[in-house]
Design a protein around this ligand. Structure first.
Ligand code: ZN
Ligand code: ZN
Length: 689
């Protein structure tokens, strides 16, 4: 028997602790130490599984956990987050390690749950559609899908979904375990080849021999790396949501597969809640509301994915832009305007031509001189030229240049979706050129702007994601270690100082710099990625941007890209779905509609409109020859906050009868009082920011 001392880093307490590890030679078991997130350490015999670890804590815990994350103490990693491996609950633990046991609430658990559900769906499909071939079946943000190729003459339709769901439930009731097997490449090719699974064989051909595993539950075997749940039994509620066409491996020259989307839950009530949310999301679809409120349109003649802003939508967007301009001015930004195209050389210099040239809109050539231009995919190169326009000194920095710049990016037509996936969009863009020591302050200032905007629009639930370098692969990034470290810690510190909950993702940074993305949660719990702040060491290098430092030497500025809304299109789409089209009073297209009781009051109705408009109230008249009840219903659908009912009595006394959507009637008011009420409310809303 011997005792050895081992040092390890405890992420919770943040210092190195000395733990005594005892190997007991006389016993049959070698004991290992397992440390939990709260810092507590328990001892188990080597080979213990995460499930057994949980069982010995409590039966309840063992029932609730779905997968585990394990990090052997022998793994040396700079960051606490590195080196974790998600493992199945029956994977033996062979050495001292840190462990996290994941319940449904954790993303890791949901991922494994949905991934396992895709196997269960495949098992069901195999029974229901003999001869069906399988492509890939991953978990996605909400649920899972499987790409399949049904046998000749078979089609999977929406009406088949209930049968697929029923089969999945029938199979899960058999409580089948997922059995993992390592298999030689040749054997795998034979096994899947014999079953006619040509797509699987193609996937196997790309894999390295010695690293191939399969999982079998019941009569279904899939090529997979895992991790999964131990059995399909935990999948208590499923819904097949939709199916769509998808090219095999995203290549339009390859066969068209059927992609079947589904979602599953460990409890029936959770599925019901999710389906109710989807129903609500349908009602809030920005494409539907955008049409009802006459905000924007698309025209095939103009081109797919090219939004056209209608008068009401344009006015709304301009109000948003003005709001942002006002805040930005306060934070020292200067507004610029640049053309919608740029010379090819600009993008060769910026590197965009090499990266995206052939995948984007193709160049425009002048007929006589043969000059080559590109639709601008981003505003940054133009702004770099503004920086270079005049010699800069350290005293000029930070230089903050803002532009509502419209950019054009090619998206496949199948990817286009309302205002959220478009081919032309206007970024609320700005570039900050600063010294390396100013990065943190600039991040804090941008975060303040974003906070103001989100609060003003009632997005009270937002969080950030910090994307940093892959610590094990530093060669692939431009810029020195020193500047990266400075910027990375500046971003983390900025979040800490602003008390912003932020998740750190290693390896997610762009090759040219770390970034901070903002996610908002909308009124029905969906997460949307909106604004971004991004450090860039690349463009200043490529455009040879310089400033004269205090030391009289030339230095490279750091460039920071930032767009709090992301794009006006996407932001308005999210805002519509968040508010269900009921915008705040300062922003909403029409603040009031005048409803004459009968034709006799039409003239007065128009006079009310004129008087209110003279005081900047946005108001329309509904003088259609319809019953009042009908007019009220129609205008409720248009989500106009105030309805001003006028009849002969009101006309005589210069009054309006005020109905507020979703609130008590406000009774009769003079026209002036109503105008004052609207303007005071708007002023209060705006002054808060
Ligand atoms: Zn799998
Ligand atoms: Zn930029």
């Amino acid at each position: 028997m011997y005792v050895k001392k081992k040092q390890y880093f405890c992420p919770r307490i943040g210092f190195c602790a000395v733990v005594r590890i005892r190997a007991v030679n006389i016993c049959r078991f070698i004991m290992i130490k397992v440390q939990f997130p709260d810092g507590s350490v328990r001892e188990y015999e080597s080979g213990v599984t995460p499930l057994q670890v949980a069982e010995r804590i409590s039966t309840r815990l063992a029932q609730d956990i779905l997968v585990a994350s394990v990090k052997p103490l022998s793994v040396v990693s700079e960051k606490e987050e590195d080196g974790w491996v998600i493992t199945e609950l029956n994977a033996p633990l062979g050495e001292d390690c840190l462990i996290k046991l994941h319940k449904w609430e954790d993303a890791e658990a949901k991922h494994a749950f949905w991934h396992t559900s895709s196997h269960l769906m495949a098992e069901a499909l195999q029974e229901l559609y003999p001869g069906i071939q399988f492509g890939i079946g991953p978990a996605i943000e909400n649920g899972f899908y499987y790409d399949v190729y049904p046998a000749e003459g078979q089609v999977i339709k929406d009406s088949d979904f209930p049968a697929i769901e029923a089969k999945m439930m029938e199979l899960r009731a058999r409580k089948e375990s997922l059995v993992k097997r390592s298999i030689a490449k040749a054997d795998a090719l034979k096994e899947f080849g014999d079953k006619g699974q040509t797509y699987k064989c193609e996937l196997i051909a790309d894999l390295e021999d010695g690293h191939i595993t399969t999982y079998t539950q019941g009569a279904f075997t899939d090529l997979c790396r895992g991790p999964h749940l131990l059995s399909t039994e935990a999948i208590k509620a499923v819904k097949v949501l939709s199916c769509a066409a998808a090219y095999w491996r995203g290549d339009e020259k390859r066969p068209m597969m059927t992609r079947i989307y589904g979602i599953s839950f460990p409890k029936k009530a959770m599925l019901d809640e999710y389906l109710a949310m989807l129903e609500e999301a349908k009602k809030r679809d920005h494409r539907k509301i955008g049409k009802e409120l006459e905000l924007f349109m698309f025209s095939d003649m103009v081109g797919k994915g090219l939004p056209i802003w209608l008068p009401k939508g344009t006015a709304l967007r301009l109000r948003l832009e003005d709001f942002l301009k006002k805040i930005q001015k306060r934070y020292g930004y200067q507004q610029v305007m640049t053309p919608h195209i740029g010379g090819k050389q600009l993008y060769v210099t910026s590197g965009h031509w090499d990266h995206y040239g052939k995948d984007s809109f193709q160049p425009i050539t002048t007929p006589e001189e043969g000059e080559v231009y590109l639709l601008k995919p981003m505003n940054c190169p133009h702004h770099c030229m503004i920086f270079r326009n005049t010699p800069r000194s350290y005293k000029d920095l930070p230089l903050r240049i803002a532009e509502f710049g419209t950019v054009y990016r090619y998206e496949q037509s199948g990817e286009l979706h309302g205002l959220t996936r478009v081919r032309s969009f206007t970024q609320d863009d700005a570039h900050i050129f600063c010294r390396p020591d100013q990065v943190k302050d600039e991040f804090i200032r941008v975060m303040e702007i974003i906070e103001i905007i989100f609060k003003a629009l009632d997005f009270n639930n937002f969080e950030a994601q910090i994307s940093l370098r892959d610590p094990n692969n530093r060669e692939k990034y431009v810029g020195s270690d020193e500047v990266w470290e400075k910027a990375e810690s500046a971003i983390i510190e900025a979040c800490r100082e602003k008390n912003l909950p932020a998740k750190i993702e290693y390896g997610e940074a762009a090759f040219y710099g770390p970034k901070l993305d903002f996610m908002v949660k909308d009124a029905i719990g969906r997460r949307w990625q909106l604004g971004t702040i991004q450090v860039d060491y690349n463009l200043p290098e490529r455009f040879e941007l310089e400033y004269v430092g205090e030391d009289n030497q030339k230095h490279r500025p750091v460039m920071v890209h930032r767009a709090p809304f992301g794009s006006m299109e996407r932001f308005v789409a999210v805002l519509i779905e968040h508010t269900a089209g009921k915008f705040p009073l300062w922003l909403t297209p029409d603040q009031a509609v005048v409803l004459p009781i009968s034709e006799k009051s039409n003239e007065y109705a128009w006079k009310v409109k004129e008087l209110l408009e003279a005081q900047d109230v946005r108001v329309i008249v509904d003088d259609r020859n319809e019953k009042l009840g009908r007019k009220i219903r129609d205008n409720e659908l248009k989500r106009i906050p105030f309805m001003l009912v006028v009849g002969e009595k009101e006309a005589e006394q210069g009054l309006v009868s005020v109905r507020q959507q979703g609130a008590e009637d406000k009774g009769q008011m003079t026209i002036q009082d109503f105008a004052d009420f609207i303007n005071t409310t708007v002023k209060q809303q705006m002054n808060a920011y």
